[in-house]
Design a protein around this ligand. Structure first.
Ligand code: KIV
Ligand code: ZN
Length: 501
């Protein structure tokens, strides 16, 4: 097998996305997760861009033991000095320097010429080599750079000492064949190419980032630059999990990575949570629905043999949950399977038929049925013991965020007040003060989605909680997202109670 190096740029290209900025502590949390995931290189930031980025590169250099820590620079001496200083404590360090090579960049961005840019590229690599052995050169906008000129630049920077040559499709313009041919052209026409690793760095503007990275690999690239969940500038970067799982699913490609795929889902959730970037439900590999079968025919097929409809075992990416979503299209086999998971495996055929007809009736009204609904159908009635009776929150800028909550629990009213770091946090803390056991409930996923656009929109809240090792889901929708959040939490809490844990 050929080894492919995974260069993660979640903390640099990913972090450039507005709203995704992390503080140093959060960056350390993500970097440690990436280390556990098994990435080879962590691009920790662009040190000259801000004090915060500089400090993060310093912190990650101190913390990371196995991956190479990489810092981005322009082909500017000051950038390289600052990057070298930030990387000083890294066990393995790399400077990633480069410059635009397409005529767009050369003429209308840099106001320069091809020959002058080639000289600057070589000078930057030589300068970086004074500090570190491992120097990666990026030819920005290589996707739209003339191949013959690109080959000249690549040959010159390798001669100057570059250990990795990065061929970014900065604008996400290339089609897979085009990008693959570019990599092959370099592999075949750069005389010293064997002295460096070719890297892909693909953006997703046309939805081709993963396909382009795979085309690059097929033509000789041995480093892929990617981000968790594919986050990154505009439409994002190559999604790390997609490339890794494509290679794992297609062993015939003969390329392997060091990634512990069982850590993929956890890492995806961590990045989504810390960077405030919800993962689209149908996102390949890590989306909520990536392994959820809802049609009866598929469910039946999966129950007979998972591989009938699944090319990846969800456990391989760290997803341990049941993948059958019960809807009006589900058959008896799927219902029976879910009942057995819920402790009703011994149900008779006659009773199953009865429950199934009630199930179809209910499923016609609800989009999908929860475990609580199923248990209610077999007789464990969900009487929604806890109800939100009253909620008042004080929130805003420069005020203490305080919530007062009144819950109706089996007809008796309880009231509590709590403060938190925002109105939702304060409200949930108030609920937890009332329901003693809910302090042991961990919120694992919390997703607020607007249904349409506009400030008068209804917000839908999905919540996933873990209590004593079991997962429960809650849902609510309201024009007031704080109310929807509290109700979704209570919805999940009611399910725990009903299951008599
Ligand atoms: O997309 C790009 O060209 C980049 C470079 C800075 C590597 O992110
Ligand atoms: Zn990029």
């Amino acid at each position: 097998m050929n080894r492919l190096y995974i260069f993660d740029t979640t903390l640099r290209d990913g972090e450039q996305v507005p709203g995704c900025q992390l503080n140093t502590i959060e960056k350390i949390e993500v970097a440690e997760a990436l280390e556990e995931l098994g990435v080879d290189v962590v691009e920790a930031g662009f040190p000259v861009s801000s004090q915060g980025d500089f400090d993060s590169v310093v912190a990650l250099s101190e913390v990371l033991k196995l991956p190479t820590v990489c810092a981005l620079t322009r082909a500017v001496e000051k950038d390289i000095d600052v990057a070298a200083e930030a990387l000083a404590k890294a066990r393995r360090s790399r400077i990633h320097t480069g410059i635009g090579t397409s005529d767009y960049h050369i003429i209308s961005k840099l106001n320069s010429s091809r020959d002058a840019i080639l000289e600057r590229a070589v000078a930057a690599v030589k300068y970086a080599k004074k500090y570190v052995e491992d120097v990666e050169f990026y030819a920005e906008d290589a996707g739209r750079t003339d191949n013959e000129y690109l080959a000249r630049v690549v040959e010159a920077v390798i001669a100057a000492g570059a250990t990795v040559v990065n061929i970014p499709d900065t604008t996400g313009y290339c089609l897979p064949d085009e990008y693959g041919n570019k990599i092959r052209y370099l592999a075949e026409n750069v005389s010293n190419i064997h002295k460096a690793v070719i890297a892909t760095h693909c953006h997703n503007d046309l939805g081709m980032a993963t396909a382009n990275a795979l085309a690059g690999i097929a033509n000789g690239a041995r480093q892929v630059e990617a981000t968790i969940n594919g986050i990154g500038e505009r439409a994002g970067n190559t999604a790390l999990e997609e490339v890794v799982m494509a290679l794992k699913s297609h062993r015939e490609l003969g390329v392997e990575t060091n990634i512990n795929t069982k850590r993929i889902y956890e890492t995806s959730k961590l990045v989504s949570k810390l960077m405030n970037m919800p993962v689209q439900p149908n996102k390949a590999i890590v989306g909520r629905n990536a392994f959820a079968h809802s049609s009866g025919i598929h469910q039946d097929g999966v129950l007979k043999n998972r591989e009938n409809y699944e090319i990846i075992d969800p456990k391989d990416v760290g997803i341990d949950e049941n993948s059958i979503v019960l809807t009006a299209r589900s058959g008896r086999a799927a219902l029976k399977h879910r009942l057995s998971i819920l402790g009703h495996g011994d149900i008779s055929q006659e009773r199953l038929d009865e429950v199934y007809s009630e199930f179809l009736h209910l499923a016609d009204k609800k989009k999908s049925l929860s475990d609580g609904d199923i248990l209610a159908l077999v007789g464990e009635k969900n009487n929604q013991k806890i109800k939100l009776n009253y909620l008042q929150v004080i929130c805003g800028k420069r005020v203490r965020q305080v919530a007062t909550i009144r819950l109706d629990i089996s007809g008796i009213k309880f009231e509590e007040t709590a403060s938190g770091n925002g109105p939702v946090d304060a409200s949930i803390k108030a609920v937890k003060k009332i329901i003693a056991y809910s302090t042991d409930i961990d919120i694992e996923e919390f997703l607020i989605q607007a249904i349409t656009k506009g400030s008068n929109d209804v917000g839908k809240v999905h919540i996933q909680v873990r209590y004593k090792g079991k997962i429960h889901y809650g849902f609510s929708a309201n024009t007031d997202i704080v109310t929807a959040s509290v109700e979704a939490f209570i919805d999940a809490v009611n399910k725990i109670d009903m299951m008599k844990l």
